[in-house]
Design a binder for this molecule. Sequence first.
Ligand code: GRG
Length: 311
Amino acid sequence: MPHSSSGPSHSSDASRFDIERYLKERAALVQNALDRTVVEHRGPGAKLLEAMRYSLLAGGKRLRPVLALAACEAVGGKPQDALGFACALEMIHTYSLIHDDLPCMDDDDLRRGRPTNHKVYGEAMATLAGDALLTDAFKVLARSPASRAGAPVLLEVIAELAEAAGSAGMVIGQALDMLSEGQPTDLATLEYLHARKTGALFLVSVRGGGLLGGADRTQLDALTVYGRALGLAFQVIDDLLDVVSSTEQLGKRAHKDDAHGKATYPALMGVDKSRQFAVQLKEQAIAALSGFDGRAEPLRQIASFVVERSL
Ligand code: GRG
């Protein structure tokens, strides 16, 4: 099975494990690394770097990078083995938020509790800040210190990240989302769309972290099942929060899916069934880790956190 029997049993570990502390510590590790990676400029390019840092360092849950570190640790790696990858994930996620908020997309004024990038820096600079974050993410990853897994594995992670972010992943998901506004959409279509728009980045976070930590084939297959279920659970809850929370609670505009005529899980299944579905997905994700020892406890607890979160 995926792990040596020397690790702690996960039932005893679960009761001792402090997920809030873990999330805080790993998020701080990522925050410091991002701060050192996308540095302030004094010269003529100062505004661009300022716009990039404005959104990148604005907080957020840091779920994708923390998942990458947790997957790396679950297979016996160290957080440092996946830190460059974790930064790249958050840079790509932040670019997607900046572009998604633009007037030509969702036209939002509020993100992570503060004015959106284009409200502060203008549309052109916000577009460029997103472009630069996406491009620089691959530089950061390619130049990250060789992990225990070595250069061929790093190359595979780069390819998987490009696939997850591009025309087979997040970007096609966003295009399908736009095209489906106001159109009748069934559950299968919704799942297809979300597997790309948000699921692909969650999946690669977990797989990439595992690969960089030295995962073997069995471990990687288990992490893939976990990552798929978790990505969908995240989206179901995101849809639910849009319905049941306020703009102040979320730090971004609430109730916008309905206003945009978007198909969502609560619209198709109802609120209660959507919550039950998210809980089922969480259980699937956790079950996929049954062959892992206590080092996968953060991944198990993150699955619960994603489903129980209110932000
Ligand atoms: C513009 C290419 C392009 C893609 C945009 C992911 C996406 C596609 C748009 C984001 C819009 C959105 C609200 C999607 C729903 C799910 C989602 C990604 C929510 C935000 O992610 P969180 O909750 O945010 O992890 P924080 O701020 O905590 O990092």
